[in-house]
Design a binder for this molecule. Structure first.
Ligand code: G
Ligand code: G
Ligand code: NA
Ligand code: MN
Length: 253
């Protein structure tokens, strides 16, 4: 509750910032990045989004956090384009309650139009188990956003079983296999089977599949053998500042 009050103030007091984690191919070349919200409170110090996002989802504050992030990322992409950098899609995590808002799509579209950004440079990561109030409405919203040109990704794939989890409902371009299945994949036969099944399913639907939480290059070898070609995780790069990630997409370097 105290966190909720402090977080509310954080929005107006400039305490939020964004780190970016690369998404890569097996050779380390960058294909995208995920924007990750960070909160540095002058009173309680750094707080992990793993702690404050669930609280914000309960209090409804997440709606304002997501909008802050969408606007912030669009401004950032415009700045990078103006600096001549090679833009890759930037992923934003969308919460269930965001999709329940009737004017969410309008807000998103206004932001990309205002900054003159191609919508395919914004990737929307939807958690497979996202708790939305009205699943058919949420699916309609996502379909509309996909038709406008946003990239749609299902995050934490393999752990959810809500209505959002049906790939056939959705114009999904990418699935992120949840990190719990990636850990020790080279020695855990059950995890390996789950990942092989997800990769096979994505092949049928012609969906790009990315393994998240890859911490070890042995996991990468194993995943490549299974046909998974995209990765995100500490084995390649940790979340980093906007300045550090800008160096990675600077074609002059
Ligand atoms: O960066 P870190 O591992 O601490 O993030 C923890 C969790 O918080 C992750 O599941 C991540 O997806 C989530 N997260 C990070 N930034 C955002 C955000 O802006 N919005 C939402 N909804 N979740 C986020
Ligand atoms: O899917 P989600 O949005 O939860 O994933 C993003 C979060 O995962 C980020 O906050 C990031 O800090 C965390 N993360 C990224 N790579 C790794 C990794 O290799 N191992 C672990 N444990 N966490 C990671
Ligand atoms: Na995510
Ligand atoms: Mn995830």
């Amino acid at each position: 509750q105290e966190i909720s009050i402090l977080l509310n103030e954080a929005l107006s007091n400039d305490e939020l910032y964004v780190d970016y984690q690369p998404k890569v191919r097996g050779d380390g070349s960058i294909i995208g990045m995920e924007a990750l919200l960070r909160w540095s409170s002058p009173i309680i110090g750094g707080v992990s989004p793993g702690v404050f996002i669930p609280i914000a989802e309960q209090s409804g504050l997440v709606l304002r956090l997501t909008r802050w992030l969408v606007n912030h990322v669009c401004i950032q992409i415009r700045q990078w384009e103006d600096e001549g950098l090679d833009i890759v899609p930037v992923a934003i995590n969308i919460s269930g309650p965001d999709l329940d808002q009737a004017d969410f799509k309008k807000y998103l579209i206004n932001c990309v139009v205002e900054q003159n950004i191609k919508p395919h440079f914004i990737e929307l990561e939807l958690t497979e188990s996202a708790k939305t109030q009205n699943i058919p409405d949420a699916i309609a919203t996502v379909q509309y956003l996909a038709s406008f040109g946003f990239c749609i990704t299902l995050d934490d794939f393999g752990v959810g079983y809500s209505g959002l989890s049906k790939l056939t409902n959705f114009p999904v371009q990418r699935v992120k296999i949840d990190r719990q299945f990636i850990t020790n994949i080279q020695s855990d036969a059950k995890n390996a089977q789950v990942v092989e099944a997800i990769v096979a399913m994505c092949k049928v639907f012609k969906i790009d599949v990315l393994a998240e939480g890859v911490e070890d290059l042995r996991e990468v070898d194993c995943l490549l053998e299974m046909g998974c070609k995209s990765f995100q995780g500490f084995a390649f790069a940790r979340p980093m500042s906007r300045r550090s990630i800008a160096k990675l997409i600077d074609k002059t370097q």
